[in-house]
Design a protein around this ligand. Structure first.
Ligand code: CAA
Length: 450
């Protein structure tokens, strides 16, 4: 879809909220858990994990990112037709998180100010927000009263203490303004999808932490991403959006690849898998084979285990090849800039990747972005968007500075917060939404604290 097209629908602006507390992974945490800090900083890629304070949860974070977005875009409540919330940190089995969020926003904008706005919660692990965006974009395309839609991602990524998931935790929210004639990104409305039933990661009713089969979850992510990418590629070609010439492949037409970021190293694994797969269509394949030798073929191995070991070794060498490193540097690496300081924010992670590119001013009008979203269980959706002419005029958010101004907490305080044993907030709420109580029926009480 060409930039400036009147029928374009997409992301006009975005806001990010991250809690004010963080725990550095190198230091007290790594020593106490007996983990080499190099593994956490380089092997996993996270330096600091965002930690919600006692008065914060996925609902307050969602309200904070929405409030910031409304203030940035000078949006009035009556202009918002729908608020779709993607979350896997829901605090109620029935009530939509967006109703709590609206209740909070009405404390600022006036009671009843959102009453014509509908809200629904999308649950599909880390891909919920992306399904919400896909769905809302089709509504926005048909909207005729000048109303806009909001998609909010909000999550607390939480695993048991001292588990292998612990160092991939984080928390935060991203709110997206979705409308016609967007200033940032026009969606091309080409979605490639992949779904299959898996036990890689789930959170049974009543559990506050996720159950995860770590290595299996990585493999499910990669399989699903490749399936969704193939589905996208076929659709993009059929639709005439991408027409590769001889020796060209799909990723040659994508300037930035944004993947779901459970931890920054995962975008390296994902891009290695997708580029290796995509480049098989091009002359780069033989150039890479000159550098690395031929790819192992399953037919050449009697034993599946031996083939898998040879293939894993080839992938490791591929990820160190010149061709891959150049592509990774140009198209992928910067997307994980903020995630290194925040950790996993589940449904919002891929859009935190977009915020990284925006804050670093790495995207330019006319470029194509390819998004690879993943949700455990498992599903992937690969879709594309074109950077709009006005993208450079959207004000930056000062996120790097905001992250630097956060408060470092001790391992002891982190463990108290994690276990729900902290008695008062580490930093008293100020100019923010806060959970102030839970009544005898389990209804949650929120206030805006001046
Ligand atoms: N210095 C540098 N690197 C080191 C190192 C050191 N001292 N020690 C180890 N490493 C490297 C390892 O070599 C490895 O890198 P390579 O893959 O390049 O070899 C890397 O650190 C990771 O180490 P391990 O393989 O030992 O990984 P782990 O046992 O710590 O588990 C994990 C990692 C599976 C991600 C685990 O943290 C986990 O279960 N996390 C939660 C689940 C998750 O995030 N899954 C991702 C896919 S599912 C998804 O995406 C949805 C979602 O959001 C949850």
């Amino acid at each position: 879809m060409p930039a400036g097209n009147d029928r374009a629908v997409g992301i006009d602006d975005l806001s990010v909220y991250v809690p004010r507390l963080f725990l550095p992974l190198a230091g007290e945490f790594s020593t106490n858990r007996g983990i080499d800090p190099g593994k956490l900083i380089k092997g996993i890629g996270i330096e600091r994990m965002a930690v919600p304070d006692l008065h914060e949860d996925a609902v307050t974070m969602a309200a904070m990112s929405l409030l910031d977005l409304m203030r940035r875009a000078r949006l009035r409540p009556e202009e918002i037709g729908k608020i779709y919330v993607g979350t896997e940190s829901s605090l109620d089995e029935a009530k939509a998180m967006g109703t709590y969020v609206i209740g909070m926003l009405e404390k600022i904008y006036g009671k009843g100010s959102f009453q014509e706005c509908s809200t629904v919660e999308f649950k599909a692990a880390c891909i919920g927000t992306t399904f919400a965006l896909e769905s809302l974009s089709f509504w926005a395309a048909l909207e005729e009263e000048g109303k806009v839609g909001i998609v909010i991602a909000s999550d607390v990524a939480k695993y048991p203490l001292a588990s292998a998931g612990e160092y991939t935790q984080g928390a935060g929210s991203v709110a997206l303004l979705v409308k016609k004639n967007p200033r940032l990104l026009a969606l091309e409305q080409i979605y490639g999808s992949f779904t299959r039933n898996e036990n890689d990661f789930f959170r049974p009713m009543g559990c506050t932490t996720a159950v995860v089969n770590g290595k299996h979850s990585n493999q499910c992510y990669l399989d699903a991403m490749q399936g969704a990418f193939d589905s996208f590629a076929a659709r993009a070609v059929r639709k005439g959006a991408i027409t590769p010439g001889k020796g060209e492949c799909i990723t040659d037409f994508i300037d930035h690849l944004l993947f779901h970021i459970p931890y920054p190293r995962m975008v390296e694994y994902a891009s290695a898998a997708i580029l290796r797969h995509d480049w098989r269509q091009s002359s780069r394949c033989s150039e890479i084979e000159m550098e690395l030798g031929t790819e192992p073929q399953s037919l050449g191995y009697e034993d599946l285990g031996k083939y898998q070991a040879a293939d894993a070794d080839y992938v490791r060498r591929f990820a160190k090849s010149q061709k891959f490193l150049q592509a990774f540097e140009a198209k992928v690496r910067d997307t994980a800039m903020l995630s290194r300081q925040v950790g996993n924010i589940y449904t919002g992670s891929i859009y935190l990747g977009l915020a990284s590119l925006l804050e670093m001013q790495k995207i330019h009008a006319g470029e194509r972005l390819g998004f690879g979203a993943y949700g455990s269980g498992c599903s992937a959706l690969f879709f594309s968007a074109i950077v709009q002419q006005q993208a450079g005029s959207v004000p930056l958010r000062g996120l790097v500075k905001r992250l630097q101004e956060r408060r470092q907490i001790s391992l002891h305080d982190y463990e108290l917060l994690h276990g729900g044993l902290m008695e008062k907030s580490v930093v008293m709420p100020c100019k923010e939404f806060a959970l102030v109580g839970i009544d005898h029926q389990g209804y949650r009480l929120y206030e805006y604290v001046e």
